[in-house]
Design a protein around this ligand. Structure first.
Ligand code: SAH
Length: 241
């Protein structure tokens, strides 16, 4: 018998461990979900796997849960980063949600020469990643970074990390078998903004030794579609699917 409600908590989990609830969590569990003493809730914290817990105290503004037994071990996603240029708010939210569901380890919003949006709300995007993990049964929550310049990130790009560079100008260049040589390496996927990449960026990205230039088919996809398509391709050939 496992709980339908899943919550991410920032607290250690273990047999008999008591977890104090924050005000919003208490409101959600007792006000919205109508849980009572003894009610079942599944918990995860990104470190200790998933635990079945029971409501041991229920109040309007707080309460606590007690861990009973572990129901899933921690399952880490592959060491995959998703780099994308922020677009409109709802579409950016979508990209973060899908990246968490599809199994990214880290999500990095990057500013490019033609990036539409100069600002993001990192805290809101991180909350979307948490919600997606709660919903999809994940035991890990990808970290969402603050916005940083793509050029800066490339300046100190880790030597071993391979880059799947999705370039809409590369019609017909599917994810090559050569990428299989790097099956155990850490990877990143790069999706550009609505305006695409500048020629300077394209030149630099083509010249990067870790770069694998990939087409996502003969049609130009919107950035949010491209992110999902690229993660599907990568997971299918190099990931944990
Ligand atoms: N510059 C384009 C649109 C960019 S689409 C234009 O206006 O014509 C946004 C991003 O999605 C691109 O930068 C690329 O990373 C990715 N993308 C979209 N379609 C793609 C395709 N067919 N192949 C590879 N990448 C694609």
């Amino acid at each position: 018998m496992s709980a339908k409600i899943r919550l991410y908590v920032e607290h250690p989990l273990g047999a008999g461990q008591s977890i104090p609830l924050e005000k919003e969590q208490a409101h959600y569990l007792f006000g919205v979900m109508r849980q009572r003493l003894g009610g079942a809730v599944a918990l995860f914290n990104g470190v200790d796997g998933e635990w079945q817990a029971e409501v041991s105290e229920a109040g309007k503004r707080g309460g606590s849960l007690t861990c009973v037994a572990q129901s899933k071990p921690l399952q880490m996603p592959p060491d995959l980063w998703l780099l994308f240029a922020p677009i409109k708010k709802a579409r950016t939210d979508f990209i973060v949600e899908k990246a968490a569901e599809m199994g990214a380890m880290r999500i990095l919003p990057v500013g490019t020469d033609y990036t539409n949006s100069e600002r993001i709300r990192q805290d809101r995007l991180q909350a979307h990643a948490v919600e997606a993990a709660e919903q999809c049964g994940g035991t890990y929550v990808p970290q969402v970074d603050e916005l940083q310049k793509l050029a800066r990130l490339l300046d100190c790009w880790p030597a071993e990390r391979q880059l799947m560079f999705c370039d809409e100008a590369e019609v017909g260049n599917a994810l090559q078998l050569a990428a299989q040589e790097h099956k155990d390496a850490p990877w990143a996927i790069l999706i550009g903004p609505e305006g695409g990449f500048s020629s300077a960026e394209r030149k630099r990205l083509h010249g990067l030794p870790q770069s694998h230039v990939v087409s996502l088919g003969p049609r130009i996809l919107r950035a949010d579609t491209a992110a999902v398509a690229a993660m599907t391709l990568w997971q299918q050939s190099l990931g944990d699917w």
